[in-house]
Design a protein around this ligand. Sequence first.
Ligand code: TPP
Ligand code: MG
Length: 385
Amino acid sequence: MPDKTVESVRSAPHRPTRKRGGDGRPRIAAESGFIEDLHILDEHGRVDDALDPNLDPADLMRIHRAMVLTRRFDIRMINMQRQGKMGTFAPGYGQEATQIGQVFPLTERDWYAPSYRSFGAQIWRGWPMTRLLLLWDGFFEGFPPPPEVNDFPFSIVIGSHVLPAVGTAMGMKYRGEDTVMVTNFGDGALSQGAVSEALNFAAVNAAPVIFICENNGWAISTPTEKQCAHEVLALRGPGFGVPAIRVDGNDVLAMIVATRRAVERARTGEGPTFIEAVTYRMGVHTTADNPKVYRDEAEVEQWKAKCPIARFERYLADRGILDAAGAEGVAEECEQEVLEARTQFYEQAVRQPREIFDYVFGELTPTLEAQKREYLAKLDRKGIE
Ligand SMILES: Cc1ncc(C[n+]2csc(CCOP(=O)(O)OP(=O)(O)O)c2C)c(N)n1
Ligand SMILES: [Mg+2]
């Protein structure tokens, strides 16, 4: 016996969207199942001339440098962690274009609410690398955004920052500001109820927010196909009334064009946009993970050919903006910058074992009080300051 309910839902004609009361907000068209798929630079760095945003050379160089710096920081962090000189770290190797592309169109007045794999975007937004090093090594001084940077601290509790991001965007709207909020999260985060609530609330209220879903193929060991029954995560947008676009997340020009369009919509009162950035987590989920036990290395090999930095360098070379020697120079300068940040970090990262109980509870519970006394006595016995 076929399930009547399921059948009738399947065969239901697309209903035309109900009109909203003449406030000029765009409606989601009846054919909203169609999702635009945006590619501008192919894997070989060949550009689609009709779609090239023709950014000026100084901007192109800034974007390139930011992606290279992101990668140098990433590699250094992994090395430091393996040497026992850094806490657990979530690398973004391969996601540099997604990262820089999503913040390039923002002004300093706009807001950014990232998840934890967003250090490249954070550096672009004005976070000193030293602060990020402190953060990842567990120093609370590293967590708050620098005073002049309009960012949330990054979120580790999956999807938990997305509703507050929408709330902040609503605040901007109530105040009549023309600023916008960009928030990012992973493919796995889409399964969190709060993210659906955020999409719905933002759509109903035309919040000036841009949702960037970084579909990197994996949520730790869960592949995207086990997370979501359909392949195109961007389809989640129209279901809530949020226009959506699917973008090659390894193509920084496509990321910029899509985000810029979404930012303009939000700034002019047209409400939220959902951007699915299709990319790949080339490395470990975090330094506490070993993907070799759950994924095939051949998959990783395939994605190596799609490197966002290599293809952008080919594009810059074709435009006569950067040659191989120039690219090497940028990489060396970025490496030096990271090493300088590391030196400053070592100077500042003075461990205070006696503080271990100090920053979670305002007032310790009796059990924790007892544990603290015991722990401090142990430090005393061992002569640890
Ligand atoms: C609420 C919550 N549940 C579980 C976790 C443990 N956890 C950390 S990362 C992660 C996977 C997230 O995957 P995705 O959203 O795709 O982001 P990615 O790590 O791939 O960038 C999980 C389940 C968590 N941090 N928060
Ligand atoms: Mg993921």
